[in-house]
Write a protein that binds this ligand. Structure first.
Ligand SMILES: Nc1ncnc2c1ncn2[C@@H]1O[C@H](COP(=O)(O)OP(=O)(O)O)[C@@H](O)[C@H]1O
Ligand SMILES: CC(=O)N[C@@H](CCC(=O)OP(=O)(O)O)C(=O)O
Length: 260
């Protein structure tokens, strides 16, 4: 496949949305990149907002290996929290930083194909790249797409997709460079120290040892899939760390490099 490094796919985790300063710093970084002619596609989660909204509606949160079990009655709340609240909070921060953005979801523009991932997870989706025309149009204007991880099947059924897996499909679609930004500085070892580089075998070992678990397991596996597809490292880093953002803007390696 051809790799086009001109698009930077930045995935941000939900905890960012609860940190005004983190959002402002990240959006200022993105604004500077855009001003430099760098195309930026932002993909976001919002797991903690979903947890809050479900609790406020008297509903329970159940996760299986980092993925939210999504019964049909929870789907409207989850879609509201991700495609609604989370998406618009980020769009607000982007607008404040002077970025022209397009708030969207995986359901827009024929961008991905979506199907049920595993019946045990309910309305959880698995997405594959379909048509990049809509995203490429937005990017070509110098605008920044801000994409939530709500997808739709051909019959109109909404699906809840893990946002790291959403970013994987979009990075493949645009042949972009993927950076997964979380609330931790990267993948940490059993002593809480940053691991600078990981390959597939090392990831499998750390998962087996229980050092990499839950959301981080989903994240590193998503990163590995893209690293192998692109033939280049995918970075897992932090939106919290101002120095990582500065390094990122310079194109330097930050956080943990997930090697193909
Ligand atoms: N080895 C590990 N290194 C770092 N974080 C880990 C590790 N194992 C599990 N985690 C957990 O994974 C979380 C990041 O995954 P997740 O909550 O899905 O992030 P995000 O919402 O940013 O996508 C960390 O905050 C941490 O609690
Ligand atoms: C299926 C599944 O687990 N969907 C996730 C989507 C949001 C997400 O991934 O948010 P973070 O990036 O903040 O973790 C969820 O419902 O929490």
């Amino acid at each position: 496949m051809s790799t086009n490094n001109s698009v930077l796919v930045l995935k941000v985790g939900g905890a960012l949305l609860q940190c005004e300063m983190g959002m402002a710093r990240l959006m200022d970084t993105a604004a500077a990149m855009l001003a430099n002619g760098q195309q930026v596609l932002m993909v976001h989660g919002g797991g903690c907002l979903v947890d809050e909204q479900l609790a406020a509606n008297g509903m329970e949160t159940v996760k299986l290996e980092g993925l939210r079990v999504t019964p049909p009655e929870q789907m409207p709340i989850i879609a509201g929290a991700l495609a609604g609240t989370s998406n618009k909070i980020l769009q607000g921060a982007a607008t404040k930083a002077g970025i022209v953005s397009v708030g969207m979801s995986l359901a827009d523009g024929n961008t991905v194909s979506a199907k049920i991932k595993d019946e045990r997870l309910g309305l959880v989706g698995e997405v594959t790249p379909k048509d990049g025309a809509y995203l490429k149009f937005i990017l070509a204007q110098g605008w920044m797409p801000i994409c939530s991880s709500i997808a739709m099947m051909d019959d109109g059924q909404m699906l809840n997709v893990n946002a790291d897996q959403a970013a994987t499909a979009l990075a493949k679609l645009v042949g972009g460079k993927l950076v997964l930004l979380s609330d931790v500085s990267g993948v940490l070892d059993g002593k809480g120290q940053l691991i600078h580089s990981l390959n597939g075998k090392q990831i499998a070992d750390l998962v087996k040892q229980g050092v990499i678990e839950k959301g981080m397991k989903v994240k590193v596996e998503a990163a590995l899939e893209v690293a192998q597809w692109m033939g280049q490292a995918v970075q897992v880093a932090s939106w919290r760390d101002a120095s990582q953002l500065i390094a990122l803007a310079k194109g330097e390696a930050v956080g943990t490099q997930i090697q193909p």
